[in-house]
Design a protein around this ligand. Structure first.
Ligand code: COA
Length: 326
């Protein structure tokens, strides 16, 4: 049995935070952010919006594209590291907001690779024959975990959500050809939120130390991400006997324009075969590839029969790819 993406959707909060506005918050410049990352602006969730609210809008958008009702879903997988609460899962909160009571709902935590980990999980469940209409959502409210006094991280992140619906298919000429997921926990402390969990429970001390915010050694993450992603995309194509010249569109995780360019160069891809929207949204972690996929579909960048490659790298470390014949 094969698995097919039958619909996509996404949602980005209305509030735009530009580089010029960030210049007034921390010691940075539009020039530095643009040159080092490619980001010009990012979306920020409203004070009363949490991850499940963004996920809800993206889910409705995907259901609308599929002409489906929430009741039709039998599984909801939410990939996030900025969920509504420590418990219950954001997927359960979303299930309630949607009224999708025929679905089992659970979260996946693989940081920026989370959406592709979710796709991989969904494919496995569908292939057992037990589940037929699975929604996978990547969503983040990173602005609520960002240290707005730390210029090395606060310029990078944004909020948003993207969703897909997956269904079984017999059509070998239009399906997900492979998903690859990987992790290496030895690098956990290069990118993490140390406070607020069982290792360092919330306390006046953790608040004072700003331990509840994302910490990243960006430069070290950068070097490993570039190398890992280059190997990942080459391996994925090789495994599927697809030559890079046959690839119609690379949809990379939108973390840094220089990382995206390095991967594109390794595959010898011209810019028209690489999907980039980092300038509008920054790094939205698990939502990034999902939002990009929806925009690529809705703007006609993907046609039936195209080879489309999704890839991501994130905290953990985790990294993942999915090759799709659209
Ligand atoms: N504005 C101005 N200067 C800044 C700055 C900012 N917002 N942030 C950092 N700097 C400074 C640093 O303090 C440093 O100054 P110094 O040389 O005087 O010490 C200088 O810029 C270079 O910093 P560095 O961290 O080496 O920059 P970089 O070229 O590596 O770019 C990142 C930083 C974060 C943009 C980049 O490393 C990156 O994208 N990392 C990977 C992110 C990623 O892929 N994450 C995984 C998935 S989430």
């Amino acid at each position: 049995m094969k698995v097919k993406i039958t619909a996509t959707g996404s949602y980005s909060p209305e509030k735009i935070l530009t580089n010029a506005e960030l210049e007034k918050i921390v010691d940075t410049t539009d020039e530095w952010i643009t040159d080092r990352t490619g980001i010009k602006e990012r979306r920020i969730a409203a004070e009363n919006q949490c991850a499940s609210d963004l996920a809800h809008q993206a889910a409705l958008s995907a259901l609308n594209s599929a002409c489906m009702k929430p009741d039709d879903l039998d599984m909801i997988i939410v990939a996030t590291v900025t969920g509504d609460m420590q418990l219950p899962s954001t997927a359960c909160v979303l299930q309630s907001k949607l009224g999708a009571f025929n679905a089992v709902a659970f979260d996946v935590n693989a940081a920026c690779s989370g959406f592709i980990f979710g796709l991989s999980t969904a494919c496995s469940y569908i292939k057992t024959g037990a589940y037929k209409k699975v929604m996978v959502i990547g969503v983040e409210c990173l602005s609520k975990f960002t240290d707005w006094e730390d210029r090395t991280t606060c310029v990078l992140f944004g909020d948003g959500a993207g969703a897909v619906i997956l269904e079984p298919s017999d059509d070998e000429s239009s399906c997900i050809l492979s998903t690859d997921i990987h992790s290496d926990g030895r690098f956990a402390e290069l990118l993490y939120v140390p406070g607020g969990g069982s290792m360092m429970p919330a306390s006046p001390e953790t608040l004072k130390d700003r331990a509840h915010y994302v910490k990243m050694k960006g430069n070290e993450v950068f070097k490993i991400a570039v190398k890992t992603l280059e190997n990942l995309v080459i391996d994925t194509l090789k495994k599927n006997n697809v030559d890079p010249s046959e690839l119609s569109l690379l949809i990379p995780h939108q973390a840094n324009m220089r990382i995206i360019q390095a991967t594109a160069t390794r595959l010898n891809l011209t810019p028209d075969r690489v999907f980039v929207n980092i300038e509008k949204y920054g790094n939205t972690s698990a939502a990034s590839v999902a939002i990009a996929l929806d925009e690529a579909v809705k703007t006609g960048r993907i046609k039936k029969g195209d080879y489309v490659l999704l890839e991501a790298f994130g905290a953990g470390f985790t990294w993942a790819a999915a090759l799709i014949k659209w």
